[in-house]
Design a protein around this ligand. Structure first.
Ligand code: ATP
Ligand code: MG
Ligand code: MG
Ligand code: MG
Length: 432
């Protein structure tokens, strides 16, 4: 039998010809003399029709032996068929069973969360999870396309670090020969250094935080995109963020429509995401919350309910700007006109997904930064190099951190961030 091995996505190139497709059995129906095998290969799904009278006893018996998720190679003639899922059907000529699967535990019925997470390695094969993996890949691609096209250079910061950038209670500590090291919580400080070398830079990689509470927005290991720009102020920083998000949304709309349908995402809501995004100052946000009976005062940080309520007023992401310096990181530039607030902003996604971006202009003045170190009791020696940057051609600069999983969760409309990454690391879950 002469056939070309191809993927399901490319079947349209082979109408009327014999091809071989290799994949896994997704589903099977039988009516005595005909079997319908639904085969998936990662590029699509195709129905393969095996007629007993045509394929013979042996091949028909092989088809009958295939269980869900069995791996196989099937050869057949490609037929165009409008009613078929991908537009084509395969008339089976031969089937080779590669491995007959045991009873597949992740059935289409409802399962509990722990069961699904225990079986994450198998759960990833269902349509919904495949859609999420695809969307994740496209979000990463869109981010890279946008930044690469805008003159940014991708730089990879270290994962093992001698110091922490954020809250020390969330650090993962590990031995580094005779020293202590920590898994990175953010590459930002390093990105500031390379911004002084390349101008506009970004990183795309994992961050680790020992988050001690269970929320639907926090993972222990998550991925961040961290752009950093020399000669950039607060205003420009927000414009870049806005344009990046609009680009990502449009890219996903363009490339992931089938996946968004699998996830039953309200696509019109995504189409409404356009720049400019609404803005509120922290002060305005506090006043609004107080007017809406939230028990909060100036100087408090927002919790998830506050962020959800604030962002809930809008159909697109909301910037909250100028938080009190006291509740933000030590490196944020105070507003020169009002030093008690920082030139920073969080971007809150609509529909309760919370903060997807945190960003700020950074302190570029040596003395001011040194003073901040003292106020925050930071170990001067581990941060000496960071302070050093302010001695050699320091310039105003700004940047931000975009959480990939939160962005994916929002774009996909999923309940919990854990499905936005292949193998989620969560409180007390390090398996599989
Ligand atoms: P939050 O206030 O929600 O805890 P954060 O202010 O601690 O977030 P940043 O340090 O500003 O987070 O990090 C930048 C971005 O990384 C956040 O806006 C968010 O999208 C994402 N992020 C932060 N922590 C987590 C986490 N534990 N899991 C997933 N994403 C996270
Ligand atoms: Mg946090
Ligand atoms: Mg925050
Ligand atoms: Mg933040």
């Amino acid at each position: 039998l002469v056939s070309t091995t191809t993927t399901i996505r490319r079947l349209g190139d082979f109408v009327g010809q014999a091809v071989t497709v290799q994949g896994w059995l997704y589903n099977k129906r039988s009516s005595g003399k005909i079997q319908f095998l639904q085969v998936r290969d990662g590029t699509g799904l195709v129905q393969c029709v095996a007629v007993k009278a045509e394929v013979g006893e042996e091949t028909f018996a092989t088809c009958a032996s295939l269980t869900q998720e069995s791996s196989l190679r099937v050869t057949g003639l490609v037929r165009a068929d409008d009613r078929a899922p991908g537009g084509y059907e395969l008339t089976v000529q031969a089937v080779e069973a590669i491995q007959i699967a045991e009873e597949y535990p992740v059935s289409l019925k409802e399962h509990g969360v722990d069961f699904l997470l225990d079986h994450r390695h198998l759960w990833l094969r269902v349509p919904r999870q495949r859609a999420l993996l695809k969307i994740r890949a496209e979000v990463e691609r869109a981010v890279m396309n946008f930044l690469d096209g805008d003159g940014f250079t991708r730089v990879d910061p270290p994962v093992l670090t001698p110091s922490s950038c954020e809250d020390t209670t969330e650090l993962f500590q590990t031995k580094y020969f005779d020293e202590e090291a920590y898994l990175t919580q953010s590459g930002q400080l390093y990105m500031e250094a390379v911004a002084m070398s390349l101008g506009k830079v970004y990183s795309l990689g994992p961050a680790f935080r020992a988050e001690k509470s269970k929320t639907r927005r926090h993972l222990i290991e998550f991925w961040m995109v961290e752009p950093e720009m020399a000669f950039c102020d607060h205003e420009e920083n927000l414009r870049v963020q806005e344009n990046l998000i609009v680009h990502v949304v449009n890219h996903v709309l363009e490339h992931c429509e089938p996946e968004l349908h699998v996830l039953e995402r309200d696509i019109d809501k995504l189409r409404a995401i356009q720049a400019p995004f609404p803005r509120m100052t922290y002060d305005e946000a506090i006043t609004w919350l107080q007017q809406h009976d939230y028990d909060i005062k100036w100087g408090d940080d927002f919790g998830a309910p506050h962020e959800t309520a604030l962002a809930g007023q809008f159909d697109r992401p909301l910037f909250i700007e100028r938080y009190p310096t006291a509740i933000k990181a030590f490196y944020m530039q105070p507003d020169p006109d009002r030093p008690e607030v920082a030139l920073c902003a969080d971007m809150l996604a609509p529909d309760g997904y919370g903060e997807i971006i945190g960003g700020s202009q950074r302190i570029h003045d040596y003395n001011l930064l040194k003073q901040r170190f003292e106020e925050h009791h930071l170990p001067q020696d581990t941060y000496a190099w960071y302070l050093d940057l302010r001695k050699y051609g320091s310039v105003p600069h700004a940047g931000f951190g975009l959480g990939l999983e939160r962005t994916i969760a929002w774009l996909s409309g999923i309940e919990h961030i854990r499905e936005a990454i292949g193998f989620p690391r969560m409180l007390y879950r390090l398996y599989p």
